[in-house]
Design a protein around this ligand. Structure first.
Ligand SMILES: NC(=O)c1ccc[n+]([C@@H]2O[C@H](COP(=O)([O-])OP(=O)(O)OC[C@H]3O[C@@H](n4cnc5c(N)ncnc54)[C@H](O)[C@@H]3O)[C@@H](O)[C@H]2O)c1
Length: 316
């Protein structure tokens, strides 16, 4: 079986993708990498190598040592964090992608690289954004993801590199905490409700954004990577959708389980980013080309998150 490398394996998505791929392909077929010397316990059961992806010599050394044939490149600076240091966000997000795409011209046979709804901006239609539309992102993160999409298509067309990509909405999971995105509130809110604490939300109550439960995102990623090559017709990045909700609508759903849960809304700089993003996404091309179907809507998401977190969070 072809060996897989995951870059950024200790992050919110990487943790869950590593666990799933190891369960499917066997522990030793999936090499996890991230900045830290030791992985957290949850991804510790299998091969792990420390890697700063800006060190391309070390990346190539790991590719050879483990005879890697597939790379999932997840390391990035996300939307909110990127605004603190735009030049570094651009450097990390772009240089690392080009390093991985170059490897696709040689020994690596298949690459996965995630894009985001952050590629859209305030000129984009708000509802049911089509696959091809006006983009004009406003954040350095969105600019880097849009440029990254263009590089992916370029490497596919010019060099035949089999790189595949999804424009994820905000991702919500219970296994790892989020790493500095604008939709992080939708994870924090569960931890506060279950701990019986109140929550000060940094996004306004009525701001609707596209969201997805992590299990759906991981399944979409693996289904796209395993789709026959002729079914992968979009080589920039596929629109992907499951549900859309606002901070108030997720609170209403959480209150069905925790009726006393209190939330206040104190928007900060992340509100401006959220305002520039669409409310809903048309992912009909992913559904038609390789059969994408989401499983989790808002009630299922809330029930599942609470079910998993309620025994692990200390009630204050
Ligand atoms: N989480 C979301 O809601 C979301 C939405 C859209 C797209 N995405 C994309 O999915 C990918 C994964 O996101 P995530 O939420 O897991 O992010 P995260 O911040 O939780 O994880 C990123 C991981 O990359 C690692 N990393 C950072 N710099 C690195 C470097 N120089 N070398 C190696 N590793 C490095 C970090 O240590 C971290 O573990 C990113 O490309 C992100 O843009 C995420």
């Amino acid at each position: 079986m072809d060996k897989i490398l995951i870059i950024g394996a200790c992050g919110q998505l990487g943790t869950e993708l590593t666990l799933k791929l190891r369960a499917m392909k066997g522990r030793d077929s999936v090499v996890a990498t991230d900045l830290q010397n030791e992985p957290p316990k949850i991804v510790g059961d299998g091969p792990y190598e420390p890697l700063n992806i800006l060190d391309s010599d070390r990346f190539h050394e790991i590719l050879s040592t483990h005879d890697i044939k597939e790379v999932y490149h997840l390391a990035a600076i996300l939307s909110a964090k990127g605004e603190d240091n735009p030049k570094f966000a651009w450097k990390l997000n772009m240089e690392s992608l080009l390093t991985v795409l170059e490897a696709g011209r040689n020994k690596v046979k298949k690459i996965y690289w995630p894009s985001s709804i952050a590629v859209f901006g305030k000129d984009t239609p708000k509802e049911n954004v089509p696959q091809k539309t006006i983009m004009n992102p406003d954040t350095v993160y969105g600019i880097s993801k849009l440029a990254g999409e263009r590089w992916c298509e370029y490497y596919f067309q010019k060099y035949g590199v089999d790189v595949r990509s999804l424009r994820y909405p905000g991702l919500i999971g219970y296994k790892a905490m989020p790493g500095g995105g604008t939709t992080d509130y939708a994870v924090h809110v569960f931890h506060k409700a279950i701990a019986r604490e109140s929550y000060e939300c940094f996004i306004e109550e009525g701001t609707v954004l596209p969201m997805m439960y992590m299990e759906d995102a991981v399944r979409a990623t693996i289904e796209l990577m395993e789709a026959p090559i002729d079914q992968v017709k979009v080589r920039s990045s596929y629109n992907l959708a499951a549900m859309s909700f606002s901070p108030m609508s997720i609170t209403t759903e959480i209150r069905k389980h925790y009726p006393d849960f209190k939330i206040t809304f104190v928007p900060d700089y992340r509100q401006k980013i959220a305002n520039s993003w669409p409310a809903s996404i048309d992912d009909s091309e992913a559904r038609a080309d390789w059969g994408w179907r989401h499983e989790y809507g808002l009630p299922e998401l809330v029930e599942t998150m609470i079910g998993h977190l309620k025994d692990t969070i200390v009630v204050s």
